[in-house]
Design a protein around this ligand. Structure first.
Ligand SMILES: Nc1nc2c(ncn2[C@@H]2O[C@H](COP(=O)(O)OP(=O)(O)OP(=O)(O)O)[C@@H](O)[C@H]2O)c(=O)[nH]1
Ligand SMILES: [Zn+2]
Length: 353
């Protein structure tokens, strides 16, 4: 039996710097997240100083460990041997790429065989869900006060668990006739919302899936196109007669605000939005749009016209049972600060501009 509540407890523990264990089909790992550890916690977790460091495949490539990885599974996490000089400070530098250019990392690093692949993959996913750096001290075969399984994480992320919590009328600047619906699962800290605009007329609604971007949506950041896209989506839906804006709590394409800002710091060093994510140890895009399909289904919609330039949103909605009758482009003018970002989306992530 999987239990989503254990995942919520595990995220809370990791944020506080407490170890957890993950029990996967091919073995267990006890895990201490590097981001919230300190030398005393590390000594308590690993008194003899042997725990290797668990990193993502992307981070391993940056550290020139690519040739030591299993070529058959290039995306598999990597365990780095704890040589005597790999102390807490050195491990922190391994975890956080922000300082790579100032303090080039002194290798050589050695990858050690990783048998507990299920637990390792689940650990990196859990760090992402918790908005933390995907890097741990890991003890193969170890135990901790809290043990979870990969299935518990799957249950936590299962869109089928979303329900409508409440709804109310909400006139907004761009749409006076609007209603807001809020959705949640028992464990999720941030609620997704849907803004229903206008009056259903029997045709598929014009729908926008908008992923949260605090910097763009609230502060008016010029680094991306989110703020203008949000306003333009409400305007387009209003003009179309009726439709739905889904505001999805998928900050930073699913890596969270802090990790997105880390990616911005890397972009200040010259990396583009794709390479910044990879250097941090994340996928280019961690979003799962099954959440959006579930919200639409709860709102009684099984066919939509979708405002997007991203073919992946269309594909994922269709895969989750929503018919996309039309893709409506959603292109906003560039500015000097987001020109490169938009070009990267076009050239490297398949956006259609
Ligand atoms: N990790 C990361 N996330 C970013 C960056 N810039 C913007 N984002 C996030 O990207 C998401 C915005 O993407 P969207 O506009 O919803 O979607 P899209 O994939 O660009 O597709 P469209 O529907 O065509 O706009 C938000 O969650 C932002 O916080 C970045 O440089 N790094
Ligand atoms: Zn943005």
């Amino acid at each position: 039996m999987s239990d989503a509540r254990l995942t919520a407890l595990a995220i809370d523990a990791l944020r506080r710097g407490w170890p957890i264990a993950i029990h996967g089909a091919d073995g267990s790992l006890a895990l201490l997240p590097i981001e919230t550890a300190d030398p005393a916690r590390l000594a308590a977790f690993d008194p003899t100083g042997v725990a290797p460091v668990l990193l993502s495949a992307g981070r391993a490539v940056t550290l020139k460990l690519a040739n030591q990885r299993d070529a058959a599974v290039p995306d598999a996490p990597v365990l780095i041997d704890r040589t005597r000089w790999l102390d807490f400070a050195a491990a922190t530098a391994l975890a956080d790429p922000q300082f790579d250019l100032q303090n080039p990392l002194m290798g050589p690093f050695y990858a050690t065989p990783l048998a507990e692949t299920a637990a390792a993959g689940a650990a990196l996913a859990l760090a992402r869900i918790g908005g933390m750096l995907p890097a741990f001290f890991a003890l193969p075969g170890g135990s901790a006060a809290l043990t979870i399984t990969p299935a518990d994480i799957g249950a936590h992320e299962d869109a089928a668990r979303l329900t409508i919590a409440t709804h109310a009328r909400l006139p907004v600047a761009g749409a006076e006739h609007a209603e807001i619906y809020a959705f949640r699962t028992p464990e999720m800290p941030g609620e997704h919302v849907a803004l229903l605009i206008g009056t259903p007329d029997g045709t598929p609604p014009l729908v926008r899936l908008h992923s949260e971007c605090l910097t763009g949506d609230v502060l008016g950041s010029l680094k991306c196109d989110c703020g203008p896209q949000l306003d333009a989506a409400i305007a387009a839906i209003t003009a179309s007669g009726w439709g739905i804006l889904l505001y999805l709590r998928q900050e930073g394409r699913g890596i969270g605000l802090i990790n997105k800002l880390r990616a911005y710091a890397l972009q200040d060093q010259g990396f583009d939005t794709v390479d910044a994510n990879t250097r941090l140890g994340f996928a280019i895009d961690s979003r799962n749009f099954a959440v959006a399909a579930r919200m639409l289904a709860l709102l009684g919609q099984d066919a939509v016209r979708l405002l997007t330039n991203n073919p992946e949103k269309v594909a994922q909605l269709e895969a989750a049972g929503i018919t996309v009758t039309q893709r409506v482009p959603h292109v906003l003018p560039a500015n000097p600060h987001n020109e490169r970002y938009l070009a990267t989306k076009r050239d490297r992530t398949g956006h259609q501009f």
